[in-house]
Design a protein around this ligand. Structure first.
Ligand code: GDP
Length: 440
């Protein structure tokens, strides 16, 4: 799901990453691309417009974070505003006397019957005593389908032939009350399109039993048509939530992004496949990360911000440029990197040239080399870390023994450190002009 949109957005962000500093024009150009990508993904026009203006305002504004580079800041803003567009996470309301009734409504073929069974299975795994009701007496095949699914997941299915749906649901409710069922999931009749007879029937059912939830099941693959369907149902019955199905087949994702904002009805579940367990509780944060195709990166951006100590970073930068950067600082930096999480992800995040260099190193190799470096630094005394020039042959042998490494490893770390120092000195001489090439 969202593959095509994710790819487009990833390209936009890659362009941004190449720039060290973002001008208003850079942001505008990026926003034009994002806007196009969203429209192509079939996101509703008004939602796109609103979203872009919110992101733009924040991105060109004075929001400065020293922990993040400009591209990361834009990604962060896009991510946060996307979550806002997707809406608050909404939980199923299962309060009140038992049995609580969940009514599933939707057009034929939307995946309603499958959704009813998926939900039954999910709630049962959470300890509920669930029963399904086949309230579609006009289509024997639909009843049979629910019975088959019920058997497969071990949930009883109530049905009666020759009884109209409102009466049937009412009877199922009374029986469930007596037998201690805690959740009754009603699979109502579907129609190929919105029509009055269907709406009247749904209303008639709600006059007999008061549902805790009326969930509309909509096929995500029909794109913006899903919004019209949802509006049609919403205007007749009090929808409490949405379940978008067939998300696995929807590379664009426009319906999922716009439906909450356009209809005002919260999304509660996603159907992500034909299997019974292919159901996800809707989580805007997770979905936004998935849409941006960079879940890990966003997690890291958050962690980088949390781990960033501005005073410390400032002092280190000053020491680097004044040439007084020591192995002690080096050790501190490694600790800070550690706080951010797995190395492979951190390397991925490095901007520009460094990032490309990092991507050529295997994560295992990088992790191993970091561990060795850490062990070596830990085996040094503070004095040695502050004044590496005192590290003679016998001290190096001791450090290698202490860290379970070889003298060559110790020498390699020292050489890396000297190279870095040299680089900082050059930078200082060129007034930092070498820096953009490295980070840009
Ligand atoms: P109903 O007519 O609304 O009750 O729809 P069904 O539950 O019979 O589903 C129609 C078809 O869509 C069936 O072939 C299901 O297996 C399929 N289906 C339902 N949900 C999903 C989903 O999330 N992903 C995919 N790929 N197929 C689904």
């Amino acid at each position: 799901m969202f593959e095509s949109l994710s790819q487009r957005l990833e390209q936009v962000f890659q362009q941004l990453r190449r720039r060290g500093k973002l001008s208003e024009q850079d942001v505008d150009a990026a926003m034009r691309e994002v806007r196009l990508a969203l429209l192509e993904a079939d996101v509703h026009f008004s939602v796109v417009k609103d979203f872009i203006s919110r992101v733009r305002e924040r991105a060109v504004g004075a929001e400065v974070s020293k922990a993040l580079n400009p591209a990361q800041q834009v990604i962060k803003i896009v991510h946060e505003e996307l979550i806002k567009t997707l809406g608050e996470p909404a939980r199923l309301n299962l309060s009140g006397p038992k049995p609580r009734v969940i009514m599933m409504v939707g057009l034929q073929g939307s995946g309603k019957t499958t959704a009813a069974a998926k939900l039954a299975s999910l709630l049962r795994s959470q300890g509920e005593r669930v029963e399904l009701v086949a309230a579609d007496p006009y289509r024997p095949a639909a009843i049979k389908q629910l019975q088959t699914l019920g058997e497969r997941i071990g949930v009883p299915v109530y049905t009666e032939s020759g009884v109209k749906p409102p009466e049937l649901v009412s009877r199922a409710f009374e029986k469930a009350q007596k037998s201690g069922v805690s959740v009754l999931i009603v699979d109502t009749a579907g129609r190929s399109q919105l029509d009055n007879a269907l709406m009247d029937e749904l209303k008639a059912i709600t006059r007999r039993v008061t549902p805790n939830e009326i969930l509309l099941v909509v096929d995500a693959m029909i794109g913006q048509e899903a919004l019209h369907v949802a509006e049609g149902f919403r205007d007749t019955v009090t929808l409490t939530g949405l379940m978008l199905t067939k998300m696995d087949g929807d590379a664009r994702g426009g319906a999922a992004i716009s439906i909450r904002a356009v209809t005002g009805v919260p999304l509660k579940f996603l159907g992500t496949g034909e299997a019974i367990d292919a159901i996800e509780v809707y989580d805007p944060g997770r979905l936004a990360s998935r849409i941006l195709g960079m879940g890990d990166v966003i997690g890291l951006i958050e962690r980088a911000e949390a781990a960033f100590d501005e005073k410390e970073a400032q002092e280190q930068a000053e020491r680097m440029l004044s040439g007084s950067f020591t192995l002690e600082d080096f050790a501190k930096q490694l600790k800070q990197i550690r706080k951010m999480g797995p190395l492979a992800q951190i390397l991925e995040m490095l901007p520009g040239g460094l990032g490309q260099m990092a991507r050529n190193i295997s994560p295992e190799e990088a992790e191993r080399s970091l561990k060795i470096t850490e062990a070596i630094l830990n085996s040094m005394t503070r004095e040695e870390r502050r004044r590496p020039e005192i590290l003679n042959a016998s001290r190096r042998r001791r450090i290698a023994r202490g860290s379970g490494t070889q003298v060559q490893d110790v020498n390699r770390v020292l050489k890396q450190f000297r190279d870095a120092q040299k680089m900082f000195k050059t930078l200082q001489k060129t007034g930092g002009r070498g820096l953009p090439r490295l980070f840009g």
